[in-house]
Design a protein around this ligand. Structure first.
Ligand code: PLP
Length: 456
C-alpha cells in the first residue's frame, strides 16, 4: 500500500450517486414526528404545507437504504465536491502521537461549510415543485449563505431570519447572503407575531436558532406558495449530508484506512449524521466496532445534560413534537462563539443512536476549543470554524491519549467549515477576553420547565 497522500481527492466519477438512509438500517427507529394537537404521528399531509413534497417523502422513508441523488444535484455538487479527506501529518507530528489523524474538509465552497450539501438538494426540489419563495433561519450564517447560493443558482427568492447575536458578530456574513440576493432579518424581529412575543418575554435577547425557526415558519405559513427549509436536525437533512460519509468511506476503502474513532461536532446533528452514516450502518450490521463521538459546547449541552423527551423544534412551539435530547425549547443558550451549535435540541436520529448506546457524547468549553483551533491553524494551515473546532478538540484529546498509552489508533473527524467570518471570536480569544459559559443546573431546570407535558 503506498504512503497515504496528504490529501485524498476522489474523481468526479467516483462521487456517490446515492444518499445513505441510515433509518433503513437502524434496528429501532426514532419516534416519528408527533402532531401536537392529535398526539398522533404526523402524516405526509401534515408536513406538506410546510416542506416540499419530495423532502417529506425522504423524511418519512424508513425502507430504502440508498436514495438516488438526482443528476442535477450531482452536477451542482460537482462545483465543489468531492471534498478532500486530509491526513493531518503536521498535527500528528506536533502532537508527537502514534495515532493517525484524518479530517474530511467541507470548507471548500463559498458558504464555508457542509451546509451546501443539503441547500443544493432542498432548493432543487423546491424549484421542481414550482415553489415561489423560501424562508429559513440561520445561526452562524453558514446555512443562510449556503441556501442563498443555492437560491441564486435556481433563481428563487429567499427570506432569512438570522440569530441576532450572529448578525452582530458577523456583519460580513449578512453581506455575503445579500450579495447572493437573500433578504436577511435579525431574529427575534418585530416583523412576525412570534418574534414580537419572544421580544416581549425576553427583552434584549440575542436570539437563538429556536426563535429564528419560529419566525421563518410563520412567514412560510402566511406567504402563498412559500416553503420553509431547515439546515439541520431533520432526517432528510442528515440524508443529504450522507454524501460526506460516503465519500470518506470510498476514500478509506481505496487507501485501506480503518477508523477506530469518528468524531463530529453536533449542533442539530446534520454533519455528524452525514459523516457517520455508512460507518454507523456497518456498525449496526456488525461489520465494524468504531467509536462514534458527538461533541457539543458546554454552554449548550443537549446530549450530555439534556433530557430525552418529546419537544418542539422551535421556541414559538409551532413545529411538530420531536423525540430528542433537548434542553427545552425555551432554553436560551448563553452567548458563545459557535453560533451553529446553539440549538436546544438534537436530531431525532442522532438522539436515538445516542440513547441506544451507538454514539457517545462530550461537551467542551470554548476557550479549550479555541486552543485547539489555534494549534490547528498554525500547523495545518486551515483556519477552522469554531463549530468544527469542537470535533478537532476531541480528536486532539484522543491523539494525546494515544501518545500516553502508545496505541496507534486511527482518528477521523469532520472539519465542517472555515472560520474566516469568525474573526471577532478569534480576536476575543487572542486578547484573552473570551469567557466560558456553563449553565448551572438551575439554568437547565428553567429550560426543562418549558418541555410540553405530553404522554403518548
Ligand atoms: C461549520 C459548521 N459546523 C457545524 C455546524 C453544526 O450544525 P450540524 O450539527 O447540523 O452539522 C454548523 C451549523 O451552523 C456550522 O456552521
Amino acid at each position: 500500500m503506498p504512503k497515504t497522500p496528504y490529501k485524498i481527492y476522489l474523481t468526479e466519477e467516483e462521487m456517490p450517486k446515492n444518499w445513505y438512509n441510515l433509518k433503513a438500517v437502524m434496528k429501532e427507529l426514532p419516534t416519528p414526528f408527533i402532531h401536537p394537537g392529535t398526539l398522533k404521528p404526523c402524516t405526509a399531509e401534515d408536513l406538506e404545507p410546510v416542506f416540499c413534497k419530495e423532502l417529506v417523502e425522504q423524511e418519512l422513508n424508513t425502507t430504502d437504504k440508498y436514495i438516488e441523488i438526482p443528476e442535477e444535484i450531482r452536477d451542482f455538487y460537482k462545483m465543489y465536491r468531492p471534498s478532500p479527506l486530509v491526513r493531518a501529518y503536521c498535527l500528528e507530528k506536533l502532537l508527537d502521537t502514534p495515532a493517525e489523524i484524518y479530517y474530511k474538509f467541507e470548507g471548500t465552497n463559498t458558504s464555508g461549510s457542509h451546509k451546501l450539501n443539503s441547500a443544493a438538494a432542498q432548493v432543487y426540489y423546491a424549484k421542481k415543485q414550482g415553489i415561489a419563495s423560501l424562508t429559513t433561519e440561520t445561526g452562524a450564517g453558514q446555512w443562510g449563505t449556503a441556501l442563498s447560493m443555492a437560491c441564486a443558482y435556481y433563481n428563487i427568492p429567499l427570506n432569512i431570519f438570522m440569530v441576532k447575536v450572529s448578525t452582530e458578530q458577523k456583519p460580513y456574513r449578512k453581506a455575503v447572503m445579500e450579495t447572493y440576493g437573500a433578504k436577511v432579518t435579525p431574529s427575534p424581529s418585530d416583523t412576525t407575531e412570534v418574534g414580537r412575543k419572544i421580544l416581549a418575554e425576553n427583552p434584549g435577547t440575542g436570539g437563538s436558532l429556536g426563535c429564528a425557526i419560529s419566525e421563518a415558519m410563520e412567514v412560510s405559513m402566511k406567504t402563498p406558495n412559500c416553503r420553509y427549509v431547515l439546515g439541520s436536525v431533520l432526517d432528510h437533512v442528515l440524508l443529504h449530508q450522507s454524501i460526506i460519509g460516503e465519500e470518506v468511506k470510498i476514500a478509506c476503502d481505496k487507501y485501506d484506512i480503518n477508523p477506530d474513532i469518528i468524531i463530529g461536532c453536533a449542533g442539530g446533528g446534520s454533519n455528524l449524521g452525514g459523516l457517520i452514516a455508512p460507518f454507523m450502518g456497518d456498525k449496526i450490521e456488525g461489520k465494524n466496532n468504531i467509536e462514534f463521538i458527538a461533541v457539543e459546547p458546554a454552554s449548550c449541552p443537549s446530549l450530555t445534560r439534556g433530557r430525552y423527551a418529546l419537544d418542539f423544534g422551535d421556541t414559538g412551539k409551532t413545529t411538530p413534537l420531536m423525540m430528542m435530547y433537548t434542553l427545552g425549547s425555551g432554553f436560551m443558550p448563553s452567548p458563545n462563539h459557535a453560533g451553529g451549535l446553539r440549538y436546544h435540541g438534537m436530531s431525532p436520529i442522532i438522539s436515538k443512536l445516542y440513547h441506544d448506546g451507538y454514539i457517545t457524547a462530550r461537551s467542551v468549553e470554548q476557550t479549550k476549543v479555541f486552543d485547539a483551533a489555534t494549534m490547528f491553524a498554525r500547523c495545518e494551515g486551515i483556519l477552522p470554524a469554531p463549530e468544527s473546532s469542537h470535533a478537532l478538540k476531541v480528536a486532539i484529546d484522543e491523539a494525546i491519549k494515544c501518545k500516553e498509552t502508545g496505541e496507534k489508533k486511527t482518528i477521523l473527524f469532520g472539519l465542517t467549515g472555515t472560520g474566516y467570518f469568525d474573526l471577532s471570536a478569534y480576536m476575543s480569544y487572542n486578547s484573552g477576553t473570551m469567557e466560558d459559559y456553563i449553565p448551572t443546573d438551575e439554568d437547565l431546570e428553567k429550560g426543562f420547565a418549558t418541555l410540553p407535558k405530553v404522554q403518548l
